[in-house]
Design a protein around this ligand. Structure first.
Ligand SMILES: [Zn+2]
Length: 362
């Protein structure tokens, strides 16, 4: 696998629209990519996609999880003039929502929309310095009335909305601009690791779970984690890069181009320490660059998997990402390739004995 081999899948996964609860188009891509190489595919009751490379001689299971959903909006009501009021799906900063392009998924297809804002020409000094609240915002879909929005354009309350952002490479080649790196980058890595492992005849089963509804409360990971019933798990995420103006190393410690990161702390999870040390020692031995992150906030699916049944050893491994939860994020293809290499190596070395040792507290 060369780095450029990863680009077409990353581009497709970044461009596809799939806000929380509306992940179907993403799941179709995951299922298509994995159908021919895994032993079986299923879904949990919420729609998470579960693909299994099974080892018939063993009951031991390793889970790789990544969430399919991205931040979006949901139509709440249609004004008499034909504008759409909305509810956020996931943790948007209000300033990141204003003045953007979107796509509304209606029953008759996806249609463009923008979040407009009152023109500066008519604002007084107070208004010019104010931060606009989400409740003040609306979508303009070019409708001339509520009737036009409903009957000609097919919009209904409950329709999902996602950012209209097209994947593009920065000049220079390694850095990629796109929406939804959180967490399509993790989904791409999960798919690629399963492809790498396909012909290796591991002694344990490997399960890839592409989960739903992470951004609204780690919901799919809870149900997918139950279905997987794994002995150990790696969650794959979009990390928090702190290498641009205005963010400090006390807030996050990753930078682009310095390899995948392993989380030592976030507000949702403390990783299993033996598993954490196992991953770091493999990275050091294999000369795979690795970064560490101690975050005070954040939440990720690994924490839901960790608490399934009697508890599961979990680590969260992430690709440093700039500008999370906005229309445009930036990742570095070298970090993605190194993350594939690291996770493939770690899974390859997770024998029944190693997993037993990591899971033991004696
Ligand atoms: Zn995420």
């Amino acid at each position: 696998m060369s780095r450029s081999d990863l680009i077409p899948l990353l581009e497709e996964l970044s461009n596809v629209g799939g806000p929380s609860g509306f992940e179907d188009p993403v799941r179709k891509i995951v299922e298509r990519e994995l159908a021919d190489l895994v032993d079986f595919q299923t879904t949990d009751g919420l729609g998470s996609s579960i693909s299994v490379l099974s080892a018939p001689q063993s009951d031991t299971k390793v889970l790789l999880s990544a969430h399919m959903d991205e931040l979006g909006l949901m139509i709440k009501r249609i004004t008499p003039e034909g504008y759409l009021k909305f509810h956020p799906l996931g943790g948007w900063l209000a300033q990141a929502v204003i003045g953007q392009r979107w796509m509304v998924r209606t029953r008759s297809g996806d249609i463009p929309a923008i979040t407009g804002i009152k023109t500066v020409h008519v604002m007084d000094q107070n208004e010019r310095s104010q931060v606009f609240k989400m409740e003040q915002m609306f979508l303009d879909i070019g409708a001339e009335s509520a009737d036009d929005a409903i009957n000609r354009l097919g919009v209904r309350p409950g329709d999902p909305v996602y950012p209209d952002t097209k994947f593009v490479k920065f000049a220079g080649g390694n850095r990629l601009i796109g929406k939804a790196w959180d967490d399509r980058v993790g989904v791409a890595i999960m798919i690629e690791v399963l492809k790498q492992l396909k012909d290796r005849r591991l002694g344990v089963s490997v399960i890839g779970a592409a989960t739903v509804q992470e951004e609204v409360g780690l919901r799919g990971a809870q149900t997918a984690g139950f279905v997987a019933d794994a002995d150990i798990a790696i969650n794959l995420e979009s990390g928090v890069a702190a290498d641009y103006p205005g963010i400090t190393l006390d807030e996050a410690q990753e930078e682009l181009g310095a390899g995948p990161s392993i989380f030592f702390h976030d507000s949702s999870m403390l990783p299993n320490t033996r598993f954490r040390d196992f991953v770091v020692s493999i990275a050091e031995r294999e000369s795979i660059p690795i970064q560490f992150n101690v975050l005070s906030g954040y939440g990720q699916d690994g924490s839901a998997v960790q608490r399934t049944r009697a508890g599961v050893p979990v680590v969260n491994i992430a690709v440093p990402t700039r500008y999370l939860h906005s229309h445009q994020g930036v990742v570095d293809i070298r970090d993605i390739a190194e993350c594939v290499r690291l996770v493939t190596k770690v899974v390859t070395e997770l024998t029944e004995t190693v997993i037993k040792d990591i899971s033991s507290f004696s």
